[in-house]
Design a protein. Structure first.
Length: 163
């Protein structure tokens, strides 16, 4: 399978919102608690430094998406942050790696010097393995930093990579 990354557009917006909402509704990775409407998604995605969709080259189907934006302002404005979402039935096929690799390149092209993840949930073993493979550095553990959908708390593990 081969993939391409494109900026989100009106043509891919509904798919991007649906994929984002699946992760929100799972309640185990994103801090957001409410799904986005199409209009909220349009506004939210447009406010990012970049919102990209991963498309299967053969079928044209949107398989995943990511957002990239500054992690902070001013003296810390060179640090960016990102979130990734992959369609449930496309997981385990390399979509996440394609998204992260594109995000690293895009962040560098946009002038960011560091990509930082503030809240990688400790139970998200797929993400943790991918970030290790791609050379991210773990910054420690924040005990009980993520409130899971079922009510209990999990640790979060911030990560970074220099771009």
């Amino acid at each position: 399978m081969s993939f391409s990354i494109y900026p989100v557009s009106e043509t891919t917006l509904a798919d991007a919102v649906a994929i984002w909402n699946c992760v929100v509704e799972d309640g185990v990775a994103f801090p957001q608690e409410a799904p986005l409407t199409l209009d909220e998604g349009r506004t939210f995605f447009a406010a990012q430094s970049f919102t990209g969709v991963c498309v299967d080259d053969a079928s044209g189907r949107v398989l995943g998406m990511y957002i990239l934006h500054p992690n902070n302002v001013g003296r810390c404005g060179h640090i960016c942050n990102a979130s990734y979402a992959v369609a449930r039935d496309a997981r385990g096929q390399g979509v996440g790696e394609c998204l992260v690799r594109d995000c690293i390149a895009r962040g560098k092209a946009l002038g960011f010097g560091v990509l930082q993840f503030n809240a990688v949930v400790a139970t998200n073993h797929v993400a943790l393995s991918l970030y290790k493979k791609l050379g991210f550095t773990q910054l420690g553990v924040i005990p009980k930093g993520f409130h899971m959908d079922d009510g209990h708390y999990e640790d979060i593990i911030p990560h970074y990579i220099e771009l």
